[in-house]
Design a protein around this ligand. Structure first.
Ligand SMILES: Nc1ncnc2c1ncn2[C@@H]1O[C@H](COP(=O)(O)OP(=O)(O)OP(=O)(O)O)[C@@H](O)[C@H]1O
Ligand SMILES: [Mg+2]
Length: 169
């Protein structure tokens, strides 16, 4: 039996520098719409935050707003772009309750774009409909970025197809 093409799709992008990764993020930021959810996976230093900076840039969030915020908090909200960006980092979160207390469920349905670093720490809380982005460290400056859709969905399929056509990728 043939599987639906949406299920089997995986986009593999090679990034050769932090600049490349930011540029991929920018392409995503250009495409994204309110209520889109992106889950990021990958080891320490694989480039999840770097990619998110690019997304912020693509949304028109000024670098000043981005650098002003702490990288060590569990959650940051950026309102200076064309759509709000809700940036979660589950790395330092020990209990699911902490995510609930921050207001995760409210944020993901609050007309912004949600990006979650270390999303695999709490797989049970992730919505089924989302874009998964895995970053793998190849060597010092090279990263393999794997983009996939865990559950077939029209909206995420559209993002996927737009990304494929993006001139920066
Ligand atoms: N191709 C690349 N893409 C992204 N980062 C790269 C690349 N090559 C080297 N780097 C370096 O890797 C590091 C990535 O850091 P970043 O904070 O984005 O990772 P992270 O996945 O968010 O880590 P953490 O899990 O600690 O939050 C930076 O120091 C960056 O300069
Ligand atoms: Mg990070």
């Amino acid at each position: 039996m043939r599987k639906s093409s949406v299920e089997t799709k995986k986009l593999i992008i090679i990034s050769k520098s932090p600049k490349d990764t930011r540029s991929i993020g920018r392409s995503l930021g250009d495409i994204l719409r309110a209520n889109d959810i992106l889950c990021l996976y990958g080891d320490l230093g694989s480039g999840k935050t770097c990619l998110t900076q690019g997304i912020a840039h693509g949304l028109g969030i000024l670098e000043e707003e981005y650098v002003r915020s702490s990288t060590f908090v569990l959650f940051n909200e950026y309102r200076g772009g064309r759509i709000p960006l809700y940036h979660f980092d589950f790395f330092r979160i020990d209990k699911l309750d902490e995510i609930i207390d921050i207001g995760f469920e409210e944020y993901i349905n609050n007309n912004g774009i949600t990006v979650i670093e270390w999303a695999d720490k709490f797989p049970g809380i992730l919505p089924e409909k989302r874009l998964d982005i895995e970053l793998l460290i190849d060597n010092l400056n090279t990263r393999k970025i794997l983009i996939s859709i865990p559950h077939p969905d029209k909206r995420y399929n559209n993002i996927f197809m737009s990304l494929k056509k993006s001139p920066r990728i």
